[in-house]
Design a protein around this ligand. Structure first.
Ligand code: XMP
Length: 524
């Protein structure tokens, strides 16, 4: 196989909310791509050897002084360029056209674009045909608009508030679109991006799960040679996929350490051992550390202190186990591409850093081991697809995120084994019901929270005085904002009855309807 990375799109990020979506769509079209900040150096542009460039949208205005610009090396490349929203405006501005701030003509949301000329990027793409005219249904988000075009460009599409909604210099393979093809509301968006990377840029579409795995395995074998690798396996999606991939690549040279901290969900530890050690033959050392974690947490009720204690103890135990594996030279981690993008400092410091990278499990940076991060290039959806291809159970790779401190932050206040056991039992009932009602994959995250307060209940002839749990299920795209899922009342009723009937220490079940903000997803 030719190098899977030979054909590659360069995505220039102007700080748009949906830049990562552009990259995901390009990958889905079967082409490798990377996102780089707009202040990438001209040398880095040349070294990248792009098959094509996509300029993202962004929050700024080219009409303002010191607004972000396209690196000059990009505008002299002889490869196709597609500017989206701000990216198109920056291209127009730098090539001699004119962009104006037009607040009165801003468009947010749905718009209809009339196609007024032919260009290969849009050939035969349309949502509607009326009186011999083709229309596209698109999603816009702009205040500024292009007023006049640089030499060589023509108008291809027009909307009510954006006379230059699509522009093209077909000969030079420069395209600009005012709307966002990366969002699903733009009906032909996926086709437009596919057309750009496959037909216009001439890429072959080789980026698929099978090839990615083959390529990763070859690279891992080359990198690691005969040396041994250590992996902290949490049972979460990313570390599970790393385990499966490394096992495929280097077999017995991999040793996983799985720390059971007593704050996992019902049967989770056994499931991890069953999947990896028993079914896949991966060497997994299980460390039963429940007592150590619970002892360290005794009497502590502050959420941030609990997090610190759990994190530090995890590192301590992991290091103790690692020290026993004297031959290991590598530490594998499940870092994925969004972690890399978000922690990438911009070269000049003017494109801002979103948040610093916190790697999986918070393992120490100063370990003597070399770092192996086989998922560094991949988005979460790619990781999931690869996981299934590597033989992991689909339910495991589709699981909701689970916080590192586990039930430690879902038991409000002091953590006790009694509380953890009650919570595990209640949570299992809730999650099982979500699966049974085919709702698990429709919510982004669902779990149960233990409230260490007692409320009065009545069973049969007796009065009871027992604990309360809250159910939480949210819908979200990025976990930065979320809304409570509108779960069917009958289903919630069934879960509530099952919990109160089968767990004697719970007298009451509530459903959390708060959004984020002002609440957070977790309760602590
Ligand atoms: P919040 O509660 O901040 O949660 O709205 C957003 C997402 O982050 C997860 N979360 C954590 N993950 N360690 C983690 O690894 C933590 O301490 C932690 N706190 C929250 C939470 O489950 C949700 O997916």
């Amino acid at each position: 196989m030719a190098d899977l990375h030979d054909q590659r799109i360069l995505i220039i990020d102007f700080g748009g909310q949906t830049t990562q979506l552009i990259a995901r769509r390009v990958r889905e079209a079967g082409v490798y791509c990377e996102i780089h900040p707009w202040d990438i150096s001209n040398e880095a542009v040349a070294q990248y050897r792009a098959s094509g460039v996509i300029l993202s949208g962004g929050p700024e205005s080219v009409t303002q002084a010191n607004s972000p610009t396209i690196p000059s090396a990009i505008l002299t490349l002889e490869v196709p360029i597609l500017g989206i929203c701000y990216g198109m405006q920056a291209m127009v501005n730098q090539l001699g056209g004119e962009v104006q701030a037009q607040a009165a003509h801003s468009e947010f949301g749905y718009a209809k674009v009339e196609l007024v000329a032919d260009t290969p990027l849009f050939l035969d793409l349309r949502d509607e045909r009326n009186n011999d005219t083709d229309y596209l249904d698109v999603w816009m988000s702009h205040g500024d608009r292009v007023e006049s075009l640089p030499d060589g460009f023509e108008r291809v599409g027009t909307s009510e508030n954006a006379p230059m909604a699509i522009i093209a210099n077909t000969q030079a393979q420069r395209y600009g679109i005012q709307f966002h093809p990366e969002v699903t509301h733009t009906v032909q968006g996926e086709q437009i991006l596919k057309r750009f990377v496959l037909d216009i840029c001439g890429c072959d579409g080789l980026w698929n799960a099978g090839n990615i795995i083959e390529d990763a395995i070859t690279r891992i074998r080359k990198q690691v040679g005969k040396e041994e690798v250590l992996l902290g396996l949490s049972g979460g999606v990313d570390s599970s996929v790393v385990a499966a991939m490394l096992h495929e690549a280097i077999g017995d040279q991999l040793t996983c350490v799985f720390v059971d901290n007593g704050l996992l969900r019902l049967n989770e530890g056994d499931q991890v051992m069953e999947t990896f050690a028993k079914n896949m033959g991966v060497r997994v050392i299980r460390v039963d550390a429940e007592d150590r974690f619970l002892d360290a947490l005794a009497g502590v009720s502050d959420p941030e202190r609990k997090r610190k204690i759990i994190g530090n103890l995890f590192v301590e135990i992991f290091e103790q186990e690692a020290a026993k594996l004297v031959n290991a030279n590598w530490l594998a981690q499940g870092t994925i591409y969004p972690d890399v993008i978000e922690s990438a400092a911009s070269t000049s410091g003017s494109a801002h850093l979103i948040k610093s990278h916190h790697n999986v499990g918070g393992l120490p940076a100063n370990m003597r081991l070399k770092l192996l991060e086989p998922l560094r290039e991949l988005f979460k959806d790619e990781v999931r697809r690869i996981g299934v291809d590597l033989g992991l159970p689909p339910a495991m790779v589709q699981r909701h995120p689970f916080p590192g401190p586990g039930l430690g932050v879902r038991i409000l206040g002091e953590v006790k084994k009694e509380y953890a056991d009650i919570l595990r039992a209640a949570d299992a009932i809730f999650i099982e019901a979500l699966y049974a009602h085919d709702l698990y994959d429709k919510v982004s995250q669902a779990f149960t929270v233990f409230l260490p307060v007692k409320s009065v209940g009545v069973t049969g002839d007796g009065r009871r005085y027992d604990y309360v749990v809250a159910l939480r299920a949210v819908e979200t795209v990025d976990f930065m904002t979320a809304r409570a899922a509108r779960l069917p009342w009958d289903m919630l009723d069934e879960v509530s009855r099952n919990i109160c009937n089968s767990i004697p220490r719970i007298s009451r079940v509530s459903y959390d309807i708060s959004s984020k903000p002002p609440a957070t997803i977790e309760w602590e």
